[in-house]
Structures are given as C-alpha cells and as structure tokens.
Design a protein around this ligand. Structure first.
Ligand code: URA
Length: 428
C-alpha cells in the first residue's frame, strides 16, 4: 500500500514546533493502529508532542481520529438520559462505586466503563473484583440489558472502543510520555465520546497523587477536555479536586469496597461523602434532572438497593464477606500534634508495593492488600497512637512500603491547621 505521508516528516514537523494538518493527523492515527508507523517512530512523535504541545484544532482532530479507529456505542434505545463520570486518577479514589448506583436512583442511566490500576493509582475494576463472583467483562448486549433493568453498570471497556488509544497508551506508559496534556485529553475523551454517553462529569485531580501536580496544568487539562466534549455534543463539566492527600481512610481493593458500602449505608468518611454527593449533583444536572436530593438517597437506602442489584447482575454477591490480608503492621505517630500533611503519592506507592496494585499490566493484585488510615490532615494525635495500618498477604513487602511512607506524614505543633479544600473549582 502506498502511504499518504512519511512518519519521519510528521515527527520533524512536531519536533520543529509546527502544526499538523487534519489529513496528517488522520493518517498518523490510522497508520499507527494498522502497524505502518513503528513504535519507535510513534514514541518520538509522542515525545515531540509532550515537549511542544498541540493547538486545540490538532487535539480535536487527534481525538476524532482515535474515535474513528473503533466502534461507537449508542444508548439511545434506552429512552433515558445517560451520564458518566471520569476521574483522572488518584489514591483512595473509590467514588465511582457509590456514585454510579446513586445517580441511577434518579432514573439516569450510568454506563461506567472503567479501567484497572497501573502504578500507584488504583483501578475501579480491581476493587470490584474483590467481591466474590463479580465479573468485569460484559458484552454490549449485557451492558444494555443491565442499564435498562438496573440503571447502572460498571464494567471493562470492550476491545472495540478506541483501539488506537489502547496501543498508544501502552506505548506512552513505557516511554515517559503519559503526562502530555494533548495526549491525556484525547485519550480520555476519545473513549468517553465513543462510549456514547449523553453527558459527562470529569473529576480532574490536582496534587502529589495525581498526574497533574499543579493547579494550572490541571485547569488546562480540564478546559481542553470540556471543550472536546462539548464540540462532540456531550454535555461536559469538570471539577478540579484535591489529590494531595488520599480520599477517605482506605487505599487498596477490598478495603475500598468496604468503605464505599459504608457510604451507601449513609455513613463513611466526610470527604468521600462530600465528593460523591457533589459529583452526583453535577451528573444529574448535566442529564437534565434538577430537583434531586442525592444525600437523601444515601441515607434512606435507595442507592444501596441499586448497588446490590448492580453487583448481583454481574454475578457478584453483595453480602459476601470480603477478602482480608493475612498480615498487618501498624505505623505510629512519632510526636504529639496535628497532622497537617498526609502525602497521597506516598500512600499510593505504599499500597501498590503491599500488593494492591500492579507494576506490569499482566500482574495479579492482592484483594486484601492496602493501607488503612487512622488519622487524616486535621486530626490531633499523640505520640505512639496508630497513624495507619499496612495490609498484605506477603510480609516481605512491609519494608518497601514503610520506605515509601518515610516522609509521608507531617505533624505540626498543636493548634496548627492543615490547608484543606477538597473541591477547588468547577469548569464548564
Ligand atoms: N487516563 C487515560 O485514559 N488516558 C490517559 O492518557 C491518562 C489517564
């Protein structure tokens, strides 16, 4: 086959800070997906994009080309509004678990295609797989049926959705090119637009445990994604939220399911409850439901009913006892005072090293592994009180987890106050 362009010319354009034409972008994505551009060439192009950026028109075309590489789902036959949430990833971020059933209570269908954890950020599917019997892989027909019957589904994205992104993301992961705003925005939005949701709420994380370490970068990513969504006809808003400290009191798999069930039972940590309710309100507003009271649906058990049906529909037993780790070790407070910092990245790396996450995508995760926190920023502690419990089936992992946590906790003299703001901004 005669190729329209030469990969080396495309790389040189971006290397020299030029702008790619729509035809060049379409060809690049198509040629890479079918193997006509080599991994080393695409790596060089990704690095040039990371260093030199892309303008909005290039990002929009890049996204459209990735969507066109695969199938598009269509939920219009459901006859209901649809809404989805996407988080850019963090530590202890289990919000999808209570959120999907909570939104479904109000008659909005939630088709939540989720992923697995890689590195220090957890994956929703890994968490749910700690529920005995639960199945992540559904056919498109099963997904439609569950959306019609239950109203919410959390499952793995099929292989047909944005295949260009699957190949590109795997390459970025091993070439230091994940953290490029044009590449992150197009990767996330190609999947969400191809998924066919009518509205989308983005939770863009800022802080040590997030891809975007500072607010300016996070804001740019959020604005880019909101513009891509709106241009594609998806009603999209974004919240910028704090990921400098873990969400809730757990980072792991089964322990995060347990905490999510507490939220669905009307309890749970205040930050997880606040973000779940706020994201539910945003999703419902975007889907055209204006008078809902999600807090009441957590209190009165309606969200829990949908959760139970959602887990059962995917083969899981929502009442089953969850797996627990065989071994535990406690980390104690070294001084009296107020916890003013508890670093999300350090806790995420510790949970990962304990076995909750994976280093390579083919690795297995331990359902019971992770970190249980006993004190969050703002807590007053005394010397020798437990700060956190480390959990694993493989005790040889404790040492490396403790190393990750060496500077994770800052305790200041009594009376100090931590800087805390969970929801930083809203972008629409
Ligand atoms: N999540 C994605 O799906 N893609 C990225 O590039 C980063 C986070």
């Amino acid at each position: 086959m005669t190729e329209l362009f030469d990969a080396v010319d495309i790389i040189r354009i971006k290397r020299d800070r030029g702008t790619l034409t729509p035809e060049q972008i379409d060809w690049t994505i198509d040629a890479y997906t079918r193997g006509a551009i080599a991994d080393e060439q695409m790596s060089a192009l990704n690095m040039a994009i990371l260093l030199n950026g892309m303008d909005r028109a290039e990002i929009a075309r890049w996204t459209a080309a990735m969507i066109a590489s695969g199938e598009r789902m269509d939920f219009s036959a459901l006859g209901k509004a649809t809404s989805d949430k996407h988080s850019t990833g963090g530590v202890g971020d289990k919000i999808t678990l209570p959120l999907a059933p909570l939104v479904a209570v109000f008659g909005v269908a939630v088709p939540q295609l989720s992923g697995r954890g890689l590195g220090h950020t957890g994956g929703t599917l890994d968490k749910l797989e700690s529920i005995p019997g639960w199945r992540a892989h559904l056919s498109n027909d099963e997904m439609m049926r569950q959306l019609a019957d239950v109203g919410a589904v959390i499952c793995a994205a099929g292989t047909g959705l944005a295949p260009a992104d699957k190949k590109l993301y795997a390459l970025r992961d091993v070439t230091g090119t994940v953290e490029a705003i044009p590449l992150i925005a197009s990767s996330i939005m190609s999947k969400k637009i191809a998924e066919g949701t009518g509205s989308l709420v983005l939770d863009v994380k800022v802080g040590s445990g997030a891809f975007m370490k500072n607010e300016d970068q996070a804001r740019e990513l959020a604005e880019t994604m909101v513009a891509l969504g709106k241009d594609a006809g998806v009603n999209t808003v974004a919240l910028l939220t704090n990921m400098s400290t873990p969400l809730g009191l757990t980072a792991g798999n089964a322990i995060e399911v347990e905490e999510s069930v507490e939220v669905l039972a009307g309890g749970g940590p205040a930050d997880v409850v606040e973000l779940t309710i706020r994201l539910a309100q945003e999703m419902l507003e975007c889907a055209g439901v204006h008078d809902a009271d999600p807090a009441a649906a957590l209190r009165d058990g309606r969200a829990m009913d949908v959760w139970n049906r959602m887990i059962e529909a995917q083969g899981g037993d929502p009442r089953a006892v969850l797996p627990t780790a065989k071994e535990s070790e406690t980390v104690y407070a070294p001084a009296d005072g107020v916890v003013v910092e508890l670093d999300a990245l350090a806790v995420g790396v510790a949970a990962w090293r304990l076995g909750a996450g994976r280093a390579r995508k083919e690795d297995a995760v331990q359902a019971g592994a992770g970190v249980r926190l006993h004190a969050k920023p703002g807590a007053v502690v005394r010397t020798g009180e437990p700060l956190m419990t480390l959990l694993t089936d493989t005790p040889e992992k404790f040492e490396r987890a403790r190393e990750a946590l060496e500077n994770a906790v800052v305790i200041a003299p009594p009376g100090s106050r931590p800087a805390q703001q969970l929801i930083i901004d809203r972008i629409s």
